[in-house]
Design a protein around this ligand. Structure first.
Ligand code: PEP
Ligand code: MG
Length: 539
């Protein structure tokens, strides 16, 4: 039994088998083999397993995102049949008498380099695919990670760190808990864990080589500990805690259908934050009044190319139709910083949080922006949509956005494509936007305060840097005063103001926010009912 402590991100309890995720290419060492035949046979076996995995991924992707986006897995299957590639691996094993993992890694690198050097853009882009299939083969050879990010049974995910794009690719039904060595509690991976109600511990001093997939573990997000190979007594205690948690949740269910109203009669809109179409179930299950933040950039993560207008339209329409008359606020893409996507070719930046991201990309590359806006305006016909723009710092940016929206509307009109004019609001997440919120309030329909970034930019503390977690204080007086200022500016011009950053779900501050006059709080679906309980207790 090994017990380790970490920082809880979501306070649940889980018990189950572990899946260790190791980063691609992290492990490959060269070693000499005595029996090249059996090494070559291992490669054949790994190719078979990889083909099966890709077939499963293809079938899943066809169902979830359509044939166009699933095609990449078919391409990978074809590449795995490529004779030149397989022969190169085989030759290397035999002539240099090296282990299969090493031969695959080196061959993968050589082929990727060859593709990258070609003139044709399509062939150039295949370099990443060769690397991908080589990494898959290596994982199959070393028996790690099961079927990639798609496990067959519900498991506790143990990893060095997880990126948002890795997290979104996982089948949420199969994740019992996250345990990571690194990560900060304000990162998007932590936000995702909270959104999915998944117990998560970060900053756990683990040696991943000591943990094997299949081991049993207990993750206690209340105590902030993980216990590998727990004994009978620990398992019993964990199971009884799980039962108690369930009971608490059951009691909260009684608040469903009730209003979010204080004892003195002030009503607050309590909405939910989501990352994708698949999260709408959590929203309804927890009786949210609407969706206050749909992080649309998650549609762009974990894939090889931009989502088309049609794919986006289908996703937005589905969310809007499912929510019926309830408000759905979709934020335009907030790519950049920790949400990196290869095909955006953003390049390396010294200060990505202060860099080319979010609305800046949209204004500099309006084609990307217009595709999303077209999909949004078309989808607006099917429900109660509001659009929200992230990372605003100036009135000029808002004016420029409106120009682009007007162009999109004109194009849709000319093409006789039905659309609707949605409400348009902005995120207030930079100190600049706070300071000019009186001017901005005259241009938009609403404000939603992004306290995650507002804290980062106000305190000059990188929200991703785990070493700064102790300094990252969203309760800082400067942040609270800014929130008050934004609410006042909005109300002065008859607009509403809400909070969609994680602070909105901080029950210690609910009373403060109500006193400030906040109109809406948009939180993780798992917090909705707790927040309702809190609001109903405030006098
Ligand atoms: C925020 O910054 O508070 C916010 C809601 O946006 P994100 O966390 O996606 O940056
Ligand atoms: Mg933000």
């Amino acid at each position: 039994m090994v017990k380790l402590n970490g920082k809880p991100v979501y306070k649940g309890i889980a018990i189950g088998p572990v899946v260790v995720l190791k980063k691609d290419g992290q492990q490959v060492r060269r070693s000499r083999v005595e029996d090249p035949d059996s090494e070559a046979a291992r490669v054949d076996e790994a190719v078979k397993t990889a083909q099966e995995q890709l077939q499963i991924l293809y079938d899943k992707a066809v169902k979830e995102v359509g044939e166009g986006s699933a095609a990449i897995f078919e391409v990978h299957q074809m590449m795995l049949e490529d004779e030149d590639y397989l022969e190169a691996i085989n030759n290397m094993i035999r002539t240099e008498q090296v282990n299969a993992e090493y031969a695959v890694a080196v061959t993968g690198d050589n082929f990727a380099e060859m593709f990258a050097g070609m003139d044709d853009d399509y062939m150039k882009a295949r370099a990443a695919d060769v690397k991908d299939i080589s990494n898959r083969l290596i994982r199959c050879l070393s028996g790690e990670g099961g079927n990639d990010l798609n496990f067959t049974e519900p498991s506790i995910i143990v990893a060095d760190d997880l990126s948002p794009s890795e997290t979104v690719q996982m089948d949420k039904e199969k994740i019992l808990a996250f345990v990571t060595v690194h990560g900060s509690s304000n990162s998007h991976t932590s936000i995702l864990a909270r959104m999915m109600n998944i117990p998560a511990l970060i900053g756990v001093p683990l040696d991943l080589d000591q943990i094997q997939s299949g081991m049993k573990a207990v993750v206690d997000g209340i105590q902030g500990e993980v216990i590998f190979e727990p004994d009978e007594a620990v398992c019993e205690e964990a199971n009884s805690k799980i039962e108690k948690e369930k009971e608490k949740l059951r009691l909260l269910q009684e608040l469903k259908g009730k209003e979010n109203v204080t004892l003195s009669g002030k009503k607050i809109n309590v909405y939910a934050n989501i990352g994708g179409v698949g999260d709408v179930g959590y929203v309804l299950e927890n009786d949210a009044g609407g969706i206050g933040l749909f992080r649309s950039e998650f549609l762009y993560l974990g894939r090889d190319d931009f989502p088309t207008e049609e794919e986006q339209f289908q996703a937005y329409r589905q969310v809007l139709q499912t929510m019926g008359e309830k408000k759905v606020i979709i934020r335009t893409l907030d790519i950049g910083a920790d949400k990196q996507v290869d095909y955006f070719n953003l390049g390396k930046e010294d200060n990505p949080a202060l860099g080319y991201r979010a609305i800046r990309i949209c204004l500099k590359q309006p084609d990307i922006f217009k595709t999303q806006l077209r999909a949004l305006l078309r989808a607006a016909v099917y429900g109660n949509l509001s659009i929200m723009y992230p990372m605003i710092t100036s009135t000029e940016e808002v004016a420029k956005i409106y120009e682009i929206v007007a162009e999109v509307k004109k194009e849709l009109e000319e093409q006789e494509i039905p659309f609707k004019d949605p409400e348009q609001g902005i995120m207030i997440e930079t100190p600049a936007a706070v300071m000019i919120s009186d001017k901005l309030a005259q241009m938009v329909d609403f404000f939603s305060i992004g306290t995650n970034d507002l804290t980062q930019y106000t305190l000059a503390i990188d929200r991703q840097n785990e070493r700064l977690d102790d300094f990252y204080n969203p309760h800082h007086e400067a942040v609270l005063r800014m929130i008050q200022m934004v609410v006042d500016s909005a109300h002065k011009y008859g607009k509403w103001a809400g909070i969609c950053g994680e602070l909105g779900g901080d029950l210690e501050l609910t009373e403060t926010f109500v006193k400030m006059g906040i109109d809406e709080l948009s939180v993780s679906p798992s917090i909705i009912l707790q927040l309702r309980e809190r609001i109903r207790s405030i006098d």
